[in-house]
Design a protein around this ligand. Sequence first.
Ligand code: ZN
Length: 289
Amino acid sequence: MSDEKYLKVQKVLSEKVEENIKNLLESKHLYQSIQLDLKQMSFDFNEKLFKKLLTATDIINDILSKNWYPNDPANKSTDPFAFQSMQYELHFNMSDIKCFCHQCERIEAMNLKSCENILNRGYYLNHIHKLNNKIIQVFAATYLCQSCKSIPEVFIIRREGTKITLSGRSPIEHIYVPKVIPKEVKKYYEGALLAYQSGQTLAGNFLLRTLIEQFAYLKTKEAKSADNAIDLYMDTLDEDFKNRFPSFRELYSNLSSDIHSAKGSPALFEEVMSELVDHFEARKVFKYN
Ligand SMILES: [Zn+2]
């Protein structure tokens, strides 16, 4: 085996893992995944020089059939560079990231404090967990905000073969709620968006419907049912408002159909989210409380 060639492929692959994990932590929501694209890699060597040795594809397949080892700033004893026998395995750095800090309440730069493959606690470092012929690893990483340096945020990343998934986060992902959403129903909006971003659109649509009926109940007295509350609420609005802005009755009815057929339409979710904001903005323009 050519060490030089092997190590070059390994380096490109490590950078790929590093870049994709950074992208996962900075831009993906809970339970979203990234599939490593191994076709877009180029190597700085001449294949002809190594024609009798392994091809780049052989090396990639060899590296991917083993565990990946994150550099852990909190525990140098797990550094794979320390083990001669592990030099042919993939080790990678976890980049610093820009992420929402729950203490600062804004996006901040965060530095890695620790990272380990938690599935291998209680096993040898190179023990392999396999499911359906894919290597399974679960990395737990802590990141510290460089502005407040208070409580590290924790991320869980699951590796299944060449797919990485953001499978946990503490504190939970920050949800941006437009200021125009009334505080009494803000929790339904947050819950709906979180469900949607985690791939549970049916639950998201249910929470949007809850938001509409709870808001209608707030603005009406003696409603006998949710439908009745929505009718009474719509009666409180000017004709001009009703002609120009999205109707709660229609949004509620569309959401109900979606829920009763267990459809969970993402298109409907996005449409209702946007129309709800229009509706509440219009309330401000018309000076409704
Ligand atoms: Zn902070």
